[in-house]
Design a protein around this ligand. Structure first.
Ligand SMILES: *Cc1c(COP(=O)(O)O)cnc(C)c1O
Ligand code: SF4
Length: 341
């Protein structure tokens, strides 16, 4: 028998891994052996929206390959500094939808709570890249006001935790929030939108799964996987307990030029998601946020990709192709989705 001794080489906690994320462009260039002449443009983009990537996500990237589909999602590049007509600072009109601190109530039956302010990785195409998180997201002392609003709106049956990334919060803090939410009798479902497991599979702790299982709320985790390369073995393993603990797994992806805008990649993504127990939910057309124009895929091409996916895959593996239109009471399907469906 091996005696239990104090571990010298303990695996770092997910919080330590999160804290060790790379935020210095020069260091990223060094680690990935990137061409130095791209660094000044990268630094300029980084000043607008900072670089942030975990070592896990970095480990999935091919060194020295500027075309790597994962690298492109996190690498600050000079194209971000170009202004493009129609690409705005607040493309989805979030700043108008605030009903209470940190709460967006735009859709019937559902409200979205922006619980955390930061993310484990900063995705260059993010629609919140210019979003004033620090003002919009929830502060501890504002929770009462938000719960009061929820209490006076009995039609809200589902609460969506978004952010930033809600899984940046510790299990303790999340559980405390969930316990308060459970006191709202009308609430039936809790949905967590998170890209954190992709950046940091170790975030899916036993405590997290226990909290899900113990809650009276049906819980859905909507992951954000854009490319099959992000489904690392560590992530697939970390998701294995989900079914056993009653956690439903869905995925939303963003359609991104030069990253996943090919039918082979999207089909492979759907199949690999399914193998990992995750159903494809949404494929989002990019929100036209300033600095992300180079990621945009034209609507006609998006619709054609969707048609081809329908031909190749069973219906349940075809995500709904949608876009967010400010003021609409739900995500809007793109035309081809309706025709093909
Ligand atoms: C996307 C979104 C939702 C959820 O929409 P579903 O179609 O139910 O996935 C809710 N609130 C806001 C503000 C959203 O942007
Ligand atoms: S994890 Fe989500 S919210 Fe955070 S930067 Fe990426 S896309 Fe934006």
């Amino acid at each position: 028998m091996i005696p239990r001794t104090k571990a010298i080489c303990q695996t770092p906690s997910w919080q330590q891994e999160l804290a060790a994320a790379i935020t210095d462009p020069a260091q990223l260039w060094e680690l990935l052996d990137l061409p130095r002449e791209q660094l000044p443009g990268g630094l300029a983009a980084h000043r607008d929206f900072p670089l942030r990537v975990t070592h896990h996500y970095l480990s999935l990237i091919q060194r020295g390959d500027l075309q790597d589909p994962l690298l492109k999602q996190i690498l600050p590049v000079d194209s971000e500094c170009r202004e493009s007509p129609g690409f705005l600072a607040d493309p989805v009109g979030d700043l108008q939808a605030h009903k209470s601190p940190g709460l967006l109530h735009k859709y019937q039956g559902r409200a979205l709570l922006m619980s955390a302010r930061s993310c484990a990785i900063n995705c260059r195409y993010c629609f919140r890249r210019h979003y004033p998180y620090s003002e919009a997201s929830l502060r501890g002392d504002q929770l009462d006001e938000t719960l009061e609003y929820l209490g006076t709106n009995p039609d809200i049956e589902e609460l969506i935790l978004s952010g930033g990334d809600p899984l940046v919060w510790s299990d303790q803090r999340l559980s405390a929030l969930v316990q308060r939410l459970e006191q709202l009798p009308q609430l039936r479902r809790l949905r967590i939108h998170s890209r954190l497991p992709v950046a940091l599979p170790s975030r899916l702790t036993a405590r997290f799964y226990q909290a899900v299982e113990q809650s009276r709320l049906r819980t859905v985790l909507v992951l954000h996987v854009n490319h099959p390369g992000e489904l690392a073995p560590e992530l697939v393993d970390a998701l294995k307990p989900a079914g056993r603990h009653g956690l439903t797994l869905l995925n939303q992806a963003v359609l991104l030029r030069g990253i996943n805008d090919q039918v082979e990649i999207l089909a492979s993504l759907s199949e690999q998601l399914f193998n990992a127990g995750i159903l494809p939910y949404y494929l989002h057309q990019l929100d036209p946020v300033q600095g992300a124009a180079h990621f945009a895929v034209p609507d006609e091409q998006a619709i054609e990709l969707q048609r081809q996916l329908h031909r190749r895959l069973p219906g349940y593996l075809v995500p709904r192709l949608v876009r967010e239109i400010p003021g609409n009471p739900g995500k809007t399907p793109l035309q081809g989705d309706l025709q093909a469906g």
